[in-house]
Design a protein around this ligand. Structure first.
Ligand code: C2E
Ligand code: MG
Ligand code: MG
Ligand code: MG
Length: 277
């Protein structure tokens, strides 16, 4: 009886694993198609200079226009991208499109920076700096117009590898940013030593800050820390004018969030002259 139960258990487990694998393989094939057939879409969200209210940059946020399932948010497929080994071609697509779009708005006289999210796997993988340098040259976009956002929850244990990857990109003049700061494992030692230009305070501290004195204490400290280290600080998840105002008062450099705009196709951001830098 015991044996048959455990056999049944193993069979169920194996079937589950096979389904998972089949699903992952299916998604992998679908993702390759999505990249080839241009089913991925970039939406952009303004990053605003809090002292002037001008848009100084935009963050590229990927969506998947799936033929059957509609417009999918990154949460619906990013894990699968990471696990299926397609993060290389995926990020290459995002970078190509973002740099191309940046060249297009520059042609219209709009001088926004563009921020692109990169996975730690991309960063420590082969030749990201070479790829980025070639793209910028191809489209005539200055290196300091591109920011690469690294999520700190994903900071790897291999500090040497990380440091040399960040150094190679910083050498090009590309700006580096630590995303979702406050939710991961960045140490003060890393903050001091990595040539990172910007710290992005995670939106979990920002959105409700006016109703929470602990959130405010954390944000105030991170702003002071960033200033002391000579880094730029951006608060994400700014949803209301009062949070915008408070952040400006405490000396936060930039803000991003629904207070200004949800992520949209970049051409829609041009329709609102007040938001252009
Ligand atoms: P993130 O880089 O921290 O991006 C900010 C997320 O917060 C975006 O979600 C954005 O739509 C959302 N957001 C912005 N302002 C507000 C606000 O005021 N309130 C609230 N509640 N939310 C706000 P999204 O677009 O769903 O992206 C989720 C995450 O997916 C991103 O978080 C980023 O980690 C990842 N991601 C997005 N695009 C890419 C990409 O091209 N490559 C990689 N590797 N990751 C990406
Ligand atoms: Mg980001
Ligand atoms: Mg973030
Ligand atoms: Mg976040």
């Amino acid at each position: 009886h015991e044996a048959s139960r455990s056999t049944a258990h193993v069979v169920a487990w194996t079937e589950q694993l096979q389904t998972l694998t089949a699903e992952a393989l299916g998604l992998q094939a679908e993702l390759r198609r999505a990249i080839e057939e241009d089913e991925l879409v970039l939406h952009y969200q303004p990053q605003v200079d809090l002292t002037t209210g001008a848009t100084v940059g935009v963050e590229a946020l990927v969506r998947w226009q799936h033929p059957q399932r509609g417009l999918l948010p990154p949460a619906a497929f990013l894990d699968a991208v990471e696990q299926s080994g397609t993060i290389g071609p995926f990020t290459s697509w995002v970078l190509r499109r973002a740099v191309r779009d940046c060249a297009a708005w520059r042609e219209r006289g709009v001088d926004w920076q563009v921020s692109v999210n990169v996975s730690m796997r991309n960063l420590v993988g082969p030749a990201l700096a070479e790829e980025v340098a070639a793209l910028l040259a191809q489209h005539g976009v200055p290196a300091d117009r591109l920011t690469l956002e690294i999520t700190e929850t994903a900071l790897p244990a291999d500090q040497g590898l990380l440091a040399s990857a960040v150094a190679a990109l910083a050498q090009l003049g590309v700006e580096m940013s630590i995303d979702d700061f406050g939710t991961g494992f960045t140490t003060f030692a890393q903050l001091r030593s990595l040539p990172v230009c910007e710290i992005k305070i995670d939106r979990s501290f920002v959105s409700g800050a006016l109703a929470d004195s602990e959130d405010r204490a954390i944000i105030t400290s991170v702003v002071a820390l960033a200033r002391g280290l000579g880094r730029r600080v951006l608060a994400e998840g700014v949803e209301t004018p009062d949070v915008d105002e408070w952040l400006r008062d405490i000396g936060c450099d930039r803000g991003q969030g629904y207070r200004w705009s949800k992520p949209v196709p970049w051409t829609e951001l041009l329709d609102e002259p007040a938001r252009q830098g």
